[in-house]
Design a protein around this ligand. Sequence first.
Ligand SMILES: Nc1ncnc2c1ncn2[C@@H]1O[C@H](COP(=O)(O)OP(=O)(O)OP(=O)(O)O)[C@@H](O)[C@H]1O
Length: 560
Amino acid sequence: MYTARRSIEEAHKPASDADGPTQIRLILALARPHARALALVAALTLAGSGTTLTIPWLAGTLAGHLVEAGSTGTVRLVALLVGAIVASAALGAVVQIVSGETAARILADLRSSLYAHLQRLPMSWHVAHRHGDVLALITSEVAHLGHFLTGTLVAIPPLLVTAAGAALLMLRIDPALALLVPVLVPTYVILLKLVGRRLRDLGAREQEAEARVLALAEDNLGVIAAIKTFTREEPEHARYRRRVDAARRVSVRLNRMEALVEPVGTLVAALAALALLLMVGDHIHRGRLATQELFSFLFYAALLTRPVAALAESWSQVQVTRGILARMAQVLAAGAEPGYAPAARLPHLNGEIRFEGVDFAYPGRPPVLSGFDLTIAPGEKVAILGGNGIGKTTLVALLLRLYDCRSGRIMLDGHDITGVAVETLRRQIALVPQRPELVSSTVRENIAFGRHGASAAEIEAAARRADAYDFIQALPQGFDTGIGDHGVRLSGGQGQRIALARALLKDAPIVILDEATSMYDPEGEERFVETCARILHGRTVLLITHRPASVTLADRVIRL
Ligand SMILES: Nc1ncnc2c1ncn2[C@@H]1O[C@H](COP(=O)(O)OP(=O)(O)OP(=O)(O)O)[C@@H](O)[C@H]1O
């Protein structure tokens, strides 16, 4: 899997606009790990199409025999024909199964690579992109791509091979047919090209409209209590309806356009059939075609009609899918967070932190920090105070390298954090953030999030230290109680205690408490402050708080 991801990312080194070649590179990168399965699909496809192509010939021979000599001596031919029909159907089914499975595997690789890549993209990327768009990309757009891969794309090669084979065999029977090719093929291609661009645009607009619908639903369901308390049901429903209608309008236009494409194929096929009829009629009239050849020729013509119409329909799918591939290629081309590349490991820390002349501004915003200096000794506990929006949380984000300083540097035990692998940095810092950021699972899993592979006893011990054990035991299933979406079934203070337990379980040399006890009741906070003196002994602690009780934990107070 890692190899697949790496090759997909390698296909995207030029972070430019995702153009045709980039999409082809993406497809090749996706296909590479499945080369053997794809080769099997190709071989089966050839075998299937070859078998299908014998059917008109056998049927023509049989028909010719029946017309000229009656039904005597046809048993062998009938048996062969039935055999070819059964083999063609069986091979068709096998191709469908094998190619469907291969496509599903390719798709699973793509989904998982996309997700892995999203996790590695920097915070600045996530802040700049709408959740709804990203969700749409990894859900509905990936599903669309899946339908395309398993439904349309796997059907194209057999259709192409059958159409080309039928055309070649018809040419062999009657070379005058070659005259038709220079007329019909360009007509077909030009007609498809004309609608192709429009289809791509509409496809992109449809995905965009769907993403807006998804984003609003996601946003609003997340603030459903606010919608109720501010009685926003009607205006929010109207807003949702407007987005649904906008998506419907684009989808209807796309559908109309797609509906035009199949008749294009049918039209070309009908023109070809008419031309054939005229030519064949003339040739029979002049006695140039044997009866058997005539029948075979007409059966091949019938065989050719279906792929021509179906290819036109597949073409419209290809156009919509190109838009999706372009958007995926763009996401995959976005550079991962710095520090994931092989870099020096940060050794186990004593916990000295130094901010040296740090300047920082969020993109498009005025500076938050200018020339900021601060040195914290190993094991020291420092409270950072300051008004709302002054930059306290930003300091934490810089220390964890969620963002990089514009200038200046941050040193841990004398190591510049930009020179070490981010995971070795982040593993040594336990953060209790302002908002608990709980996962939609059980209490146990939320605490275990702090350290992979922690035992039940360690989880319970961390809960005790965070003063969370008693309330957890009182929940219906104790540690195995589900807490709802992002902890919606917990009180604010309970959520914070779980977030704290999670951080304590991490057992890191540096601990950051960003308003970690802001929702604790006074007794709980007091108990926590008492426990802290013991459990945080020897660790470097950065304490961001407005609460006097928590400030007492600090050896030193810094005001921003
Ligand atoms: N992702 C972001 N993009 C742009 N600006 C941001 C972002 N995050 C924070 N800011 C801005 O940066 C400034 C500092 O924010 P920060 O969260 O560090 O403040 P704080 O001191 O922790 O405030 P509080 O006490 O309210 O938690 C604020 O003006 C805020 O609006």
